[in-house]
Ligand binder design. Structure first.
Ligand code: DGL
Length: 279
């Protein structure tokens, strides 16, 4: 597999500024990140890939997540992009380090942004993190948090039932409330003052979580990564200079109909219909 030559693209290709931001996720969840990217940077063109044929990533092994992530990036770099943003927390936790070495294009994940924000708001130095089984098992969030402050105590919990509940639209159902109460009890006992939502789907449950943990600051990693991406592009002079409205594109590896239907509830508006890709 030849490496994509990012530097060459800078010199011989069209100006990088108006290329797209390639975003991938295991499926529909990354649309929470797209929503915040569009809010923060309306001029940027987003090229999104949801790997719906292989979702969920949260119960898979590191090797498999790396393999899927590489395939996703190989596809995205054929779409005239200037940056890859891994919107999926699980893929960011398990594959970012590997794919950064493998591809010659800028690649960023979502873990660092959430970790940094949590450290900056925590007053008592006790931070909680919820995420998929694979994200929590990887230790990526505690490691990233401790990079900023090694004295912070980090408490983690895998909360695997939340992704299917969100995708089924059961945001305010009694089952969801009960499950959330059970999961979050651990953090009440640990007296955290900050909780990182370490999964693409959890921003949709933010209000419910805040009701259960009213004194805890809740970090929405989608919002944080949108801020970091804007700073990242600005620092490199890569922000879009033309208004790219309408040029964004969405791709999925299976069942675009379901993606479009569920995606509407994530974006809270009509979507540009996703196209099916096979690779
Ligand atoms: N997108 C995943 C994440 O943010 C959640 C869904 C999955 O398990 O694939 O971790």
């Amino acid at each position: 597999m030849p490496k994509y030559n990012f530097k060459k693209a800078t010199i011989s290709g069209a100006p990088l500024n108006n290329k797209g931001i390639g975003v991938f996720d295991s499926g529909v969840g990354g649309l929470t990140v797209v929503k915040e990217l569009v809010r923060k940077m309306p001029s940027e063109k987003i090229i999104y890939l949801g790997d719906t044929a292989h979702t969920p990533y949260g119960s898979k092994t590191k090797e498999t997540i790396i393999k899927f992530s590489r395939e996703n990036i190989r596809f995205l770099i054929t779409k005239n992009i200037k940056l890859v943003l891994i919107a999926c927390n699980t893929a960011s936790a398990l594959a970012l380090a590997n794919v950064k070495k493998y591809f010659d294009i800028e690649i960023i994940g979502v873990i660092d942004a959430g970790a940094k924000a949590a450290v900056s708001v925590s007053k008592n130095g006790r931070i909680g993190v919820i995420g998929t089984i694979a994200t929590i098992k990887s230790g990526a969030y505690p490691n990233a948090i401790k990079e900023y402050d090694k004295n912070i105590k980090v408490f983690v919990k895998a909360t695997p039932l939340l992704v299917p509940l969100v995708e089924e639209g059961r945001l305010a159902s009694p089952e969801t409330k009960g499950i959330l109460e059970k999961y979050l009890l651990y953090f009440k006992e640990k007296k955290i003052d900050t909780l990182v939502l370490g999964c693409t789907h959890y921003p949709l449950l933010k209000k419910n979580i805040m009701k259960i943990l009213p004194k805890v600051k809740v970090i929405d990693s989608a919002i944080e990564i949108a801020k970091d991406t804007a700073n990242f592009l600005e620092a490199r002079g890569l922000g879009a200079v033309l208004y790219n409205k309408g040029e964004s594109a969405f791709y999925v590896t299976d069942n675009p109909e379901r993606f479009n239907k569920v995606g509407k509830t994530f974006l809270k508006k009509e979507m540009i219909p996703a196209k099916l890709v096979k690779f």
